[in-house]
Write a protein that binds this ligand. Structure first.
Ligand SMILES: Cc1ncc(COP(=O)(O)O)c(C=O)c1O
Length: 436
């Protein structure tokens, strides 16, 4: 891949990022393959056929889809700059493509800051969005000049005062009863309403600049109308700070929680209307967001190899070489997540009909490779009869997958390779609810 190729894709013109990024060794030998959505299957087959003896799982990242998602974001929420949450998927080329399209980044640790700055992103495009930061990471943020962070406790105020007193702060608040998302976060993060004044005063007394308010309704928001309540709560805190004699706040961070589904349109409409109602008369307030899943989930496809099989009565059981201790870790803490599509690729069993079109299906169980029964990916799932060395392909596998997996039993999630593709989908198809 070369910088010209990415520029031809229209991913942006941030030349310092391009130079740093494309001169790094990790990228020099990467190739991007152009394909339409329907050609994804052929592309996967070509990757497999390139090295038929290699059976390791791999990802395909569709950079064309990433571009569509950014276009979607910009059309629906043009006034809100996304600071992509690196924790969701830190794949370097994915990060670089977002950087090229103008995203900022939400980092939760020194390593994430290093990863983002390593591709040439300047510190003013980074928020240290962890409310409880290790002291060494805070010192690092001070050295490199990442000048925006969240907090929700007075102990954090003391820490920041000691190690990074110039850091701009966002008070992260808990919103309502924390029941608005598939994966709520409020039991761990965010100031309670009765703590807000004390926390504002603590920072003010410590002469730390509190520049605004942050919230996060939880990952995969199911009740987008809650954004309205959250924005109203934030506005009250802006007013409280002023009443306490603090400098006027000028930043609102509406967190993440978005999915690349038609629900995004509802969330965007609610947010736009609420910002107009509560912040329409506040000139100069910068609105940012920390989307992770929205950008990462749908562009990544995971391809796994069948490494074992057992037949028990009517049920066919398969073992694949990735699972709940790897890319599917998110199934443990997000059991309601609907897996995207699961498709067999029966290169071994039916080389002339690899997609198994028209074949009879059977109740099947799919296990991951780990010596632990928790590592069960699918139960009672209808699949054609497959065999060792066939493949199973999982779509929409980019969120909290590679980033959350382990090395348990020596199956190293971080070693899973990513191949790059660029499907030429129009943002029009995303607007019409194709994926988004
Ligand atoms: C502080 C913070 N910001 C952003 C995100 C990203 O959230 P999502 O993937 O739901 O957009 C998370 C997810 O846990 C988070 O904790």
């Amino acid at each position: 891949m070369c910088s010209k190729q990415l520029l031809a894709m229209g991913l942006g013109t941030h030349s310092n990022i391009l130079q740093t990024f494309f001169s790094s060794n990790s990228v020099k030998n990467k190739k991007v393959t152009n394909l339409t959505e329907d050609e994804l299957n052929d592309f996967i087959l070509s990757v497999i056929n390139m090295k038929p003896d290699v059976k390791d799982p791999f990802y395909v990242l569709d950079l064309g889809w990433v571009k569509c998602l950014m276009e979607k974001w910009n059309s629906k929420l043009p006034q809100i700059r996304p600071f992509y949450a690196v924790k969701c998927n830190p794949e370097p080329i994915f990060l670089a493509s977002l950087a090229l399209m103008g995203a900022g980044f939400d980092c939760a640790s020194q390593a994430e800051i290093e990863a983002v700055m390593g591709i040439g992103v300047s510190p003013d495009r980074i928020i240290f969005a962890s409310t409880c930061k290790p002291e060494t990471h805070l010192k690092y943020a001070a050295v490199v000049g990442v000048n925006l962070a969240t907090y929700d406790s007075s102990i954090e105020v003391e820490k920041i005062k000691k190690w990074y007193p110039k850091c701009g702060l966002l008070l992260r608040i808990k919103v309502g009863d924390d029941n608005y998302a598939r994966r709520p976060l409020g039991n761990k993060f965010g100031a309670l309403p009765e703590e807000v004044i004390l926390l504002l005063q603590a920072a003010h007394t410590a002469q730390l600049p509190v520049v605004g308010v942050a919230f996060h309704l939880g990952s995969a928001v199911t009740h987008p109308e809650a954004y309205r309540f959250a924005i109203a709560s934030a506005k009250m805190i802006f007013e409280t700070a002023e009443q306490l004699g603090m400098p006027r706040m000028h930043m609102l961070d509406i967190g993440g929680g978005f999915t690349a589904t038609p629900q995004f349109d509802d969330a965007a409409a609610t947010i736009k209307a609420a910002l107009e109602s509560y912040f329409g008369d506040e000139p100069g307030v910068e609105i940012i967001s920390e989307p992770g899943r929205f950008f990462a989930e749908t562009p990544f496809t995971l391809v796994t190899n069948i490494i074992g099989k057992r037949v028990r009565g009517n049920v066919k059981e398969y073992w694949i070489n990735d699972g709940l201790y790897g890319s599917m870790m998110n199934m443990l803490h997000d059991p309601d997540r609907v897996i995207g599509t699961v498709k067999p690729l029966a290169l071994n069993s039916y080389p002339d009909n690899t997609t198994c079109s028209g074949l009879m299906t059977y109740s099947s169980t799919v296990y991951g490779p780990i010596a632990n029964s928790l590592d069960t990916v699918l139960t009672n799932y209808q699949l054609p009869e497959l065999n060792v060395n066939d493949w199973i392909v999982f779509s929409e596998m980019g969120a909290y997958s590679a980033s959350a997996g382990s090395k348990f039993n020596g199956f190293d999630t971080s070693a899973i390779r990513t191949y790059l593709a660029y499907s030429s989908q129009s943002s029009e198809s995303s607007m019409n609810g194709n994926k988004v």
